[in-house]
Write a protein that binds this ligand. Sequence first.
Ligand code: ZN
Length: 406
Amino acid sequence: MVCTNKVLFALFVAVLGIGALTAFNPARAAPAVSEIRIGVHSEKLRIVLESDAKLPAIAFELGGPLRIVLDLPDVDWRIDPARGERGRGFVGSFRFGQFAPGRSRMVLDLTRPALVDKLFHIPPVGARPWRLVLDLAPVTAEAFTRHLARPDAPKAEPPARTAVIVPPPRPAPAARKKVVVIDPGHGGIDPGAVGRRKVYEKFVTLAMAQQLQKELARRGRYRVVLTRDKDTFVRLRERVGIARAAGADLFISLHADSIANRKVRGAAVYTLSETSSDKEAADLAAKENKADLIAGMDLTGESTEVTNILIDLAQRETMNHSAAFARVLVDDMTDLTKFVRKSHRFAGFAVLKAPDVPSVLIEMGYLSNSADEARLLKPSYRVELARAITEAVDAYFERRARENGQ
Ligand code: ZN
C-alpha cells in the first residue's frame, strides 16, 4: 500500500504530460467522437456521445436563448456537422466543434426550459465504445430562472458570447456511396401478418421502407435500393438476388409479426445463424420463409439451395458484421420501442442468406397487439423509427470505416 501514492503521482504526471501534448501538438490524436445520439425517454432527453476514450465533461445551462452547454477537452469530431441541424424532443438543434485551443464544446438549443439532470460515463462493453451520457429534464420557466440565479451558477460565459464554434470539416466523400438495400417483407399475393384491425403487414413494411429510404437518402452518402416499391410479390430468392446485384453493403429486411396472444408486443432484431436462438425464433423463421409457398411458387429444385446454403467462412464474417449492426440497431431503437425479452435473436431466415452481405431482419412490432398496430400506422412514429435505424446505419458504417483504417 505504501507505493500507492507514488504510483498515483506517476500517473498524475503522465496525465499532465499527455494533456500538455494535446494542447500544443495538433498532430497528436485527440479522443474521437464517432456518434451523437439523442433519445427520448418519456419526458426526459438523453444525449449520448460515443468516443474511443473517456471524455471528461462539464455541462451547464445558459439562458436567453435557452441552451445547454457541454464542455469537453480537444475532441476529434468524426460527425457530419449537418447532423445537428435537426434535434429531437425539446432539443431543436445542436452544434459542436473546437471552441478554444484544447477545448471542444457542444451547444444544444432548447425549445423549452430544461436542466441538466445527470452526466455520467459508461465504460466500453463488448464492441461498444466509451459513452458519455447527458440527461436533460424539462422544468418550468420559473425553475430554470431560479436555477440560473443560484449563487454558484456559472455567470455570464464570456467565451460563449465571443468565440465562434469552428465546425469540423465535413468528412471527405467516400469514393463510392454505400449501398443499403431495404426489403419490405411480403407483398402482392402474400399479405404477411394481418393485424387486429385487418391491417396487412405488407403495407406497413412498404410504408416503413419508403420512410427509411427517404431518411437514408437525406444523408447523401448512401445509395438506397428497395426490393419492391409497390404492392408486388417478390420471391425470397429474388430479394437476396436484388441485394447482391446492387452490390449491397447492408441489407435490412422489415417485417411486423402477429401471434395469437394479443398482449405480446415489442420489436426484435434478427440475424442469421445455423441454429435458432430459441424455438420462437425458429418458428418465426419458418413462418416468414413460407412466403414463397403462400404465393404458390413451385420450390422443387430450389428449396435445397435456399434452405441449405452452407455457412462458410465468408458467411461467418458476414454474420459477425450482421450481429454488430444488430447490436447498434437494438441500442438505437431502444429509445423508441419496447423489445421482446431477447432483443437480438438468431434464426435461419431465407432472406438473410446472401453469403457476402451483412443482413438483419427487423420485426418492428406485433400487428396482433393494438398498441403496436396503432404505432406502426402512425406516420410520425415511422419517421422516428426511420431516424433511429438511420443513426444505427451511420454508426455501423463509421465503425467499419475505422476498422478498415479509412
Ligand atoms: Zn413478415
